[in-house]
Design a protein around this ligand. Structure first.
Ligand code: SF4
Length: 70
């Protein structure tokens, strides 16, 4: 199972909480929203992704588990 993470740039308000939790996965774009740097989340980072998702004030982070990829 592979976890993917996405940020919706339309609702991200650039609080930067996600970049604080996982700076190797999120980066704040100059335009004030976060971008995701990886296409797949390493298993070791999955807990951090769940934390980022639940702590994002704008609820702009969405996680998905791709069951088709081993
Ligand atoms: S925590 Fe949420 S609102 Fe803040 S930069 Fe990250 S995705 Fe955007």
């Amino acid at each position: 199972m592979t976890m993917k993470v996405q940020v919706n740039p339309d609702i991200c308000a650039g609080f930067g909480i996600c970049t604080g939790i996982a700076p190797e996965i999120f980066e704040l774009h100059d335009d004030g929203y976060a971008v995701v740097l990886v296409s797949e989340v390493a298993p070791a980072d999955e807990d951090a992704m769940r934390r980022a998702e639940s702590q994002c004030p704008a609820r702009a982070i969405s996680l998905s588990e791709d069951a088709s990829v081993a």
